[in-house]
Ligand binder design. Structure first.
Ligand code: NAI
Ligand code: 15L
Length: 269
C-alpha cells in the first residue's frame, strides 16, 4: 500500500511528545513535511520545512497553512488547566486553522481530539461516535468545540476531517486506566495514515486506541477509514498490575473514563 498521498503535509505541535514521535514516521506520507509549533525545536532536516507559529495568531497561522495539501493538527494545550490558555490555543487556534484551510483550499485535516470529550462517561460504558459529548473539563470542552467547528467546515465548505479522540498515546501504558485507553505511536501513525489515504473520509470521529482487550470505545462507525491497529496494551498488563495499587472504586478517577481529569481544578480566579 502506498502511503504517500500528499505532496506537502503540515504537522502542527511538532515540538510536543506526539509531534516528536511522528516526525520521522510521517516522512513517507509526503514529499515535504512542514513542521510547526510555537516552541523552537531546531532546524529543518532533509525533506522538511520549519515554520514557527502561535496558533492564536491568525496571520501566522494563515502563512503556516499556505501551500500545504493536508494538515495533521496536533498543536494545542494538551491537558486540563485554566480557561484562558485553552481558549487561545484550542478554540481561537482551531478557528484560525480552519479559516486558513478554507482560504487556501486545503481539503483534508486530521485533528487531534481527545478522549476527554467524553471523559464523564463511566468506565463500564462502551461508547460509539454518535453519542453526545460529556467533556470532563475546559480542555475536553475545547476539543468538543474543535469537533463541532470541523463538522461545520465540512458541511459548509467540504473540508474533510478525522477527529481522532486519542486515548493515551505514550511509549507504554502508565497505569491501569491506560490499559484501556493506550494507543501506541506506531498505531497512531497507522491511524493517521488511514485518515490521509482513505478515498472518502467525510467528517469522521474515531477513537484513537490500540487493539486492547479492555476497551471503552467502538470504532464500528469508522470502518470506512480502514484503521487496523497492530499493537496492544495487553503485553504490559502484568507489569502495570505489579507496580500499581488496586483501584479505589469510590474514586471518580476510577469511575469515569477521563481518569484524573474529572477532578482537576477548579482553575478559576
Ligand atoms: P504536547 O503538550 O507534548 O504537545 C503539544 C504541542 O503544542 C507543544 O509542543 C506546544 O508547544 C504546542 N502548542 C501549545 N500551544 C500552542 C499554541 N498556542 N500555538 C502553537 N503551538 C502550541 O502534547 P502531545 O501529547 O504531543 O499531544 C498532541 C496533541 O494530541 C494535543 O492536541 C493533545 O491535546 C492531543 N492528545 C494527546 C494525547 C496523548 O495521549 N498524548 C491524548 C489525547 C489528545
Ligand atoms: C489527553 O488528552 C492528554 O493530552 C494526554 O496527556 C493524556 O492525559 C491523555 O489525554 C489521557 O487521557 O491519558
Amino acid at each position: 500500500m502506498t502511503i504517500k498521498t500528499h505532496h506537502k503535509l503540515l504537522l502542527t505541535g511538532a515540538a510536543g511528545g506526539l509531534g516528536t514521535a511522528l516526525r520521522d514516521r510521517l516522512k513517507p506520507n509526503c514529499d515535504v513535511l512542514r513542521l510547526s509549533d510555537k516552541a523552537d525545536f531546531g532546524p529543518a532536516r532533509a525533506g522538511e520545512e520549519v515554520m514557527l507559529a502561535d496558533l492564536a495568531d491568525g496571520a501566522a497561522v494563515n502563512a503556516m497553512v499556505q501551500g500545504v495539501d493536508a494538515i495533521v493538527h496536533l498543536g494545542g494545550y494538551s491537558v486540563e488547566g485554566p480557561f484562558e490558555p485553552i481558549l487561545q490555543a484550542n478554540i481561537i487556534g482551531v478557528y484560525n486553522l480552519y479559516e486558513a484551510a478554507r482560504q487556501h483550499g486545503v481539503k483534508r485535516v486530521v485533528f487531534a481530539s481527545s478522549n476527554h470529550v467524553t471523559g464523564f462517561y463511566r468506565q463500564s460504558q462502551t461508547l460509539t461516535a454518535d453519542m453526545p459529548p460529556r467533556p470532563d473539563g475546559f480542555y475536553g470542552v475545547s476539543k468538543a468545540f474543535g469537533e463541532d467547528l470541523s463538522r461545520f467546515y465540512f458541511d459548509r465548505y467540504g473540508i474533510e476531517t478525522a477527529c481522532v479522540r486519542i486515548g493515551s498515546s505514550f511509549p507504554e501504558p502508565r497505569d491501569r486506566r491506560m490499559l484501556a485507553s493506550w494507543l501506541s505511536y506506531d498505531d497512531l501513525h497507522r491511524l493517521i495514515t488511514a485518515c490521509l489515504t482513505t478515498p472518502v473520509l467525510g467528517h469522521s470521529i474515531i477513537f484513537g486506541m490500540s487493539n486492547n482487550a479492555v476497551t471503552w470505545w467502538s470504532n464500528e462507525q469508522a470502518r470506512h477509514v480502514g484503521y487496523v491497529p497492530q499493537d496492544t496494551s495487553d503485553v504490559f498488563r502484568d507489569a502495570v498490575y505489579a507496580r500499581t495499587e488496586a483501584p479505589d472504586l469510590n474514586d471518580p478517577a476510577v469511575q469515569f473514563q477521563g481518569g484524573g481529569f474529572v477532578k482537576a481544578g477548579p482553575f478559576s480566579g
